[in-house]
Design a protein around this ligand. Structure first.
Ligand code: SF4
Length: 198
């Protein structure tokens, strides 16, 4: 590996990969289908360097406008574990922003943002999609998801509360957190997955 590539990898990938400590669960652990993670591990998909570079660029800009970035959150679960997460950006009036580099909104993203909103006691949050030549965003509250691009409003079907978080955390620890958000229809692996619920 050339020295410039190793510098890029160190900064934009390895510095983001953190060893999980004992009794720690990440918000993203609860958002993703565990079977999907298995498929990713078996595939040759390159680590998310591009996504991390986009995050870094957008966060650097938001910092200039008074946002906090990489804001840690934690939530104590009943089973003794602690749920951890890092909000990409938090506005001065406590609105969490999640930056994504996919072209489409995904139910896992809404879940992740809703967990941050729950822990931070925020009434709304924003999903910001930065991909190729487009920047779009969706405003999320407990009832609705609204595209700021088209104005279209969708019903928000995700509910986050203490019971949901504890239930999903236990399913995760039992390795049973599969297709729990109804995310199969938009999953890349649905055609070869025996657990797909279509
Ligand atoms: S098809 Fe459904 S169950 Fe299978 S990996 Fe994808 S999200 Fe998970």
């Amino acid at each position: 590996m050339s020295s410039i590539i190793s510098k890029i990898m160190d900064f934009f990938y390895f510095s983001h990969v953190k060893e999980k400590s004992e009794r720690e669960i990440y918000v993203t652990d609860l958002a993703e289908c565990m079977q999907k993670r298995e498929f990713y591990k078996q595939s040759s998909i390159f680590p998310a360097v591009h996504g991390n570079i986009v995050h870094f660029a957008v966060q650097s800009l938001l910092l200039k406008y008074g946002f906090k970035i990489e804001v840690p959150i934690e939530y104590k679960l009943k089973n003794g574990y602690v749920l951890h997460g890092r909000v990409d950006a938090l506005s001065p009036d406590n609105v969490p922003i999640e930056i994504k580099t996919t072209s489409n909104i995904k139910i896992e993203h809404v879940f992740q943002l809703m967990v941050y909103m729950f822990v931070l006691k925020s009434k709304s949050g924003e999903l910001l999609y930065v991909s190729n030549n487009t920047v779009r965003s969706f405003l999320v509250d407990k009832d609705n998801i609204q595209s700021t691009d088209t104005g279209e409003v969708f019903k928000n079907t995700i509910v986050i509360n203490d019971d949901v978080l504890n239930n999903y955390a236990n399913m995760y620890l039992e390795k049973k957190l599969i297709a729990h958000l109804g995310q199969c229809k938009e999953c890349w692996f649905k055609d070869r997955c025996k657990y797909a619920k279509l």
